[in-house]
Design a protein around this ligand. Structure first.
Ligand SMILES: Nc1ncnc2c1ncn2[C@@H]1O[C@H](COP(=O)(O)OP(=O)(O)OP(=O)(O)O)[C@@H](O)[C@H]1O
Ligand SMILES: Nc1ncnc2c1ncn2[C@@H]1O[C@H](COP(=O)(O)OP(=O)(O)OP(=O)(O)O)[C@@H](O)[C@H]1O
Ligand SMILES: [Mg+2]
Ligand SMILES: [Mg+2]
Lengths: 260, 260
């Protein structure tokens, strides 16, 4: 059965999608894992980021989420030309799903149930969350075994981590006792501007200790350029800083998931 | 009566809050306007960005939004030590308001009604939106006269602009005929890396023509440092690139609002 990892942060633009996509690609390419990246954000940026890799096919995740009798995420996945990597295509209708599920009985369990069969087809399932703590993010936290929290070393981003960790604690008390923090990942670390960053990292390390992942993701324009080109970082710029950073992150995550 | 400007973008982290706060401060400081910045995002980053300027007082916006018999935003504003600038304090409960209003009759008109008296107390009201097209952003688009769309020169951010412009068209057809696009504002423009940026700007200019605002906001660490210090850019680093950029934007906005 697959290990399910939610990539979540309330703060916008901290690198959730960039992490979900490149971590997924690294686990597939370098660790021989069968990986599914599920796009829970109505923006549909997982598909946009991997545009040149995607094979035709796949369906709409909002239909799986909105069906009363449930469905399986497996029914809507699309394959890519990266061996072992599948995704769910972008679906703007997820915006409506966010509202429509509000009145459903056990509204937070919908995604977990829709992954029941899907989990047996993959080694790792990565859930890319929208920048809020709404119903779809809650569904991700209930379906997940672990949660990875990207955080830019800025005061606004750090403030959001606390709210998310508290939400995870409530989710684990009431809805999903197995939910565990995989770690807090420093993203967009600017090597040129260490004074602000190092203060922020000291703050994170003070507040979260062990949960702060050692591997950092530096600011690296290759990551944005790869996205622009619709390719993962390993096919676009395999020797770039971004590729090295995400490869090390994948080592860390593969080890953490094995020992779970 | 105040001109109401919504600062909205579905994409996260593009500079909505940085723009709402520093544009508001510039209009108050350099154009003698009475300005209110309303924080519609549960993250509460308007207050965090102006932490050292805020005077005690103010209340919770979610209570105004959730009251059946309505209330006025004026009831919950907090003053700052920047002459002419008021804000609404951060309110994490706005996350629940997003869901609670779903079933209300005329759910998109709640904020417009709650600004009815408030509008007569200010020259400009700026609405900082969360990174989605949910109920609170829709409320902002219905309450607003103009919408300002920050956009980072990246493919993911540009893709989000289109969805927002289409949403504005639907809002103006059905709910708010006076809604007009104030403009698309290029933010986090990286002067060091013009090749990617210039392709993106050409794309924006092609798609939106006149609506693309000439004034750009460059990437400037003073803006992040000011936020870290809890100060507006004009008190933190008045001669920085960020201060100059937001001053020029305020010129542009003040002129545009006068001629409306
Ligand atoms: N390490 C990095 N170096 C340089 N650019 C980066 C890095 N990580 C992300 N980016 C860029 O920053 C922007 C935001 O990243 P991304 O879209 O992955 O964040 P997100 O948290 O998923 O955003 P949202 O909140 O909108 O879902 C993108 O344009 C991306 O290319
Ligand atoms: N022009 C700029 N130069 C440098 N840093 C910037 C600039 N504009 C914004 N930032 C920084 O980028 C981050 C994102 O900006 P901000 O929080 O204003 O975006 P937002 O669109 O409001 O995000 P959210 O989607 O989470 O509401 C912040 O850390 C901010 O300090
Ligand atoms: Mg994203
Ligand atoms: Mg914001």
């Amino acid at each position: 059965n697959a290990a399910v990892v939610a990539v979540a942060a309330q703060k916008g633009g901290v690198g959730k999608t960039t992490t979900a996509v490149n971590l997924g690609a690294a686990l597939a390419r370098f660790h021989g894992q069968n990986v599914l990246v599920v796009d829970l954000d109505a923006q549909g940026h997982v598909q946009r980021s991997l545009r040149t890799h995607i094979k035709p096919g796949g369906g709409s995740l909002s239909q799986v989420i909105e069906r009363e009798d449930g469905g399986e995420v497996l029914d809507v996945v699309a394959h890519t030309d990266i061996p072992g990597l599948h995704i769910t295509p972008g679906d703007p209708r997820l915006r409506e799903s966010e509202n429509l599920v509000t009145t459903r009985i056990g509204k937070e369990f919908i995604l977990r149930d829709a992954l029941e069969v899907t989990r047996s087809h993959y080694d790792v399932i990565i859930l890319d969350c929208p920048p809020n703590l709404g119903n779809l993010t809650l569904n991700a936290l209930v379906a997940a075994d672990r949660v990875l929290v990207p955080c830019e070393p800025t005061p606004l981003s750090i403030q959001g981590v606390d709210a998310l960790i508290r939400t995870c604690a409530t989710v684990s008390d009431r809805l999903n006792p197995k939910l565990d923090i995989l770690g807090i990942l420093v993203t967009r670390y600017d090597g040129r501007n260490t004074s602000l960053n190092d203060v922020a990292i000291a703050e994170l390390s003070q507040a979260y200790g062990e949960a702060l992942i050692d591997e950092k993701i530096n600011i690296n324009t290759s990551l944005a350029r790869a996205q622009h080109a619709g390719r993962d970082i390993f096919s676009f710029a395999p020797r770039s800083r971004g590729a090295t950073n995400y490869k090390s992150l994948a080592e860390h995550v593969a080890t953490a998931l094995r020992s779970a």
